[in-house]
Design a protein around this ligand. Structure first.
Ligand code: ZN
Length: 73
């Protein structure tokens, strides 16, 4: 499975203003060389970050890798 994360969102750019992921406690530098950005796989994940402040890894843990848009919950 490819793990390309082309979309960056600056840390803290979420409704809680959190600089670190609230679930794993990691900051953006722990994931990639992103110059203060959390990186996401797609637009939906970046939008989720703005709501929940969860990094991509934790979103995968919470939501799984399946395609949510298919409604397969
Ligand atoms: Zn996390």
């Amino acid at each position: 499975m490819s793990d390309i994360r082309p979309i960056g969102v600056h840390s803290g750019d979420n409704k809680f203003g959190l600089q670190r992921c609230p679930m794993c406690g990691r900051g953006p530098s722990a994931h990639f060389h992103t110059a203060g950005n959390f990186m996401f796989r797609d637009g939906r994940s970046s939008i989720e970050y703005r709501i929940s402040a969860l990094c991509q890894d934790c979103q995968d843990d919470v939501f799984g890798h399946f395609d949510i848009e298919k409604g397969d919950t």
